[in-house]
Write a protein that binds this ligand. Sequence first.
Ligand SMILES: Nc1ncnc2c1ncn2[C@@H]1O[C@H](COP(=O)(O)OS(=O)(=O)O)[C@@H](OP(=O)(O)O)[C@H]1O
Length: 203
Amino acid sequence: MPKTLEGQITMEKTPSYFVTREAPSRIYAMSRDTKLIVVVRDPVTRAISDYTQTLSKKPDIPTFESLTFKNRTTGLIDTSWSAIQIGIYAKHLDNWLQFFPMSQILFVSGERLISDPAGELGRVQDFLGLKRIITDKHFYFNQTKGFPCLKKAEGSSKPHCLGKTKGRTHPNIDPEVVQRLRDFYRPFNMKFYQMTGHNFGWD
Ligand SMILES: Nc1ncnc2c1ncn2[C@@H]1O[C@H](COP(=O)(O)OS(=O)(=O)O)[C@@H](OP(=O)(O)O)[C@H]1O
């Protein structure tokens, strides 16, 4: 991490930190005052999104449905598959709470980041002790992209949407498999809502 002067905030983003066993102790050893921000979305959609990303790089992988189960007949879910494992948020959060208090962790709703980006970024700015500089005025909904985009990119006067790898069309997944995954995640989601004191509305 670069050195940070008084009055500056240094940010670093790595999606895999949240699910990496050693990350909390290492970050704690670096600075126990670090504020942590995690974007979470419905773990079922997250798993399908994860699969879609892998599929775009390796088109020959097995179907989502076959990777989901250890045994399709018994309906036993393969929790060792990372696309499934990452969505067990309560388990990962437990690991972080061994080192950091909840007051130092902000969970941003991935769903609200799309439906109300300014509102969600308002929470981020408050959490970081910043003035609410980014507001509704900075966003517009781009019909072609199907997502909110910035009216002006940093250092430019032109609108800016995220790239092609963000907001891909997901493949259709067998609704029975989706339902089985919903049932699988429900208790973990409930635990996560309890731990964070926030109902993310995934059920
Ligand atoms: N404004 C805007 N534009 C485009 N996409 C948006 C936006 N806000 C949130 N999202 C969602 O971000 C998802 C991709 O982010 P990732 O977390 O996969 O990115 S990362 O590669 O792990 O950093 C991506 O997931 P997919 O839809 O599965 O591609 C989007 O749903």
